[in-house]
Design a binder for this molecule. Structure first.
Ligand SMILES: [Fe+2]
Length: 290
C-alpha cells in the first residue's frame, strides 16, 4: 500500500451535532495535502458546514496554505472613514482576534471583546467571504465559545407561509463597526459597509437553500414597510437562533475550525475578562450571490 493511500484512509469524519459540525481526524494540516485527502475534507465541509481539526500545530503560512484550497485568501477590509473605532493593527490577510495589548499598550489584534451575537462574515459586501478559518492559540478556562447555527436547518424549519412570503426577497446587510448586537436601523448607510443580498441563498457547494438572516447584520427586507420587515425578520432570527440547531464549540489550544459563511451563522459567548482568548483568523473570498 502506498503512503498516499495510507494517509487518505486515515481520515475519519465524526458528526458533533444532528444539524451542523463535524470533527475531522487523522490529518495534519501543517503538511501539504494530497488531492484525495483534500477532496474528502471538501466533501465533509459541504456536508457539515463547519469542521474542527484538533491538536494542530500551525504557523501562519500553514493556515494560509490550507485556506487557499478553498478560495483566494482575503485581505481585511478597513472600516469606512469616520467609523468610531480606529485600530492600530495591520490590515492584512491574517488577524489576531484578541483584546490583548503588547508591552507598550498597543493592541495586538482586534474584535476581541466579549459576547457577539449571530452574524455572517462579510455578508455586507458584494462578494461575502465564503469561508473563515480560526486557529486556537490561547483559550480561557470557561466561556469564549463559538456558536454555529445551521442556515439549512433554519430554512427547512421555516413555516410554509413564511417561505412563500420570503422566497426571492432581498435584504440590506450591514455592519456597525465594533458592535456585536442588533444593528441600529437608524444608521446612515453611507457611514457603514452595507450591501443588498438575497434572504434565502443557494449554497454553491451543497446546492442547499439556507436562511441568510443575522441579527447583527440584517437591517431590513427591501420593498416592504419597516414595521412589517422587522416583524418578519424577528421571526427569522427566532428560527435561526433556536438552540436545537446550534452547536457550541468549546475551544482547545490547537483547534483549527473552518466554516462556510453561506451555510451557517456564528456567534461568540462572553468569558472572564481577566483571562486571555487569542485566535488567529483568515478568510477566503467568495462569489457574488446574484
Ligand atoms: Fe465573525
Amino acid at each position: 500500500m502506498s503512503l498516499l493511500a495510507e494517509r487518505t484512509q486515515a481520515i475519519t469524519v465524526h458528526k458533533m451535532h444532528p444539524y451542523i459540525g463535524a470533527e475531522v481526524r487523522g490529518v495534519d494540516l501543517s503538511r501539504p495535502l494530497d488531492d484525495d485527502t483534500l477532496r474528502q475534507i471538501k466533501d465533509a465541509w459541504h456536508d457539515n458546514a463547519m469542521l474542527v481539526f484538533r491538536d494542530q500545530n500551525l504557523t501562519e503560512d500553514d493556515q494560509r496554505r490550507f485556506a487557499s484550497h478553498f478560495g483566494k485568501v482575503a485581505k481585511r477590509v478597513p472600516p469606512p472613514k469616520g467609523a468610531i473605532k480606529v485600530e492600530t493593527v495591520a490590515w492584512d490577510d491574517m488577524m489576531m482576534i484578541t483584546d490583548h495589548v503588547d508591552a507598550n499598550g498597543k493592541p495586538v489584534g482586534s474584535l476581541g471583546h466579549g459576547e457577539m451575537w449571530f452574524h455572517s462574515d462579510k455578508c455586507y459586501h458584494r462578494t461575502p467571504h465564503r469561508a473563515t478559518f480560526l486557529y486556537g492559540i490561547e483559550i480561557p478556562s470557561e466561556g469564549g465559545d463559538t456558536r454555529f447555527a445551521s442556515m439549512y436547518a433554519a430554512y427547512e424549519r421555516m413555516p410554509a407561509e413564511l417561505k412563500r412570503r420570503l422566497e426571492g426577497a432581498t435584504v440590506m446587510q450591514g455592519y456597525q463597526y465594533g458592535h456585536g448586537h442588533r444593528i441600529d436601523l437608524s444608521l446612515d448607510l453611507s457611514s457603514i459597509h452595507h450591501c443588498s443580498q438575497p434572504l434565502i441563498v443557494v449554497n454553491p457547494g451543497s446546492k442547499r437553500k439556507g436562511l441568510y438572516a443575522a441579527s447583527v447584520n440584517t437591517m431590513w427586507i427591501e420593498g416592504i414597510d419597516r414595521e412589517e420587515s422587522e416583524k418578519l425578520l424577528r421571526q427569522c432570527f427566532d428560527i435561526i437562533e433556536d438552540p436545537e440547531i446550534i452547536y457550541d464549540h468549546k475551544w482547545r489550544v490547537g483547534d483549527l475550525v473552518m466554516w462556510d459563511n453561506l451555510a451557517c451563522l456564528h456567534a461568540r459567548t462572553d468569558w472572564p475578562q481577566e483571562q486571555t482568548r487569542m485566535l488567529r483568523r483568515c478568510t477566503v473570498e467568495g462569489e457574488p450571490l446574484y
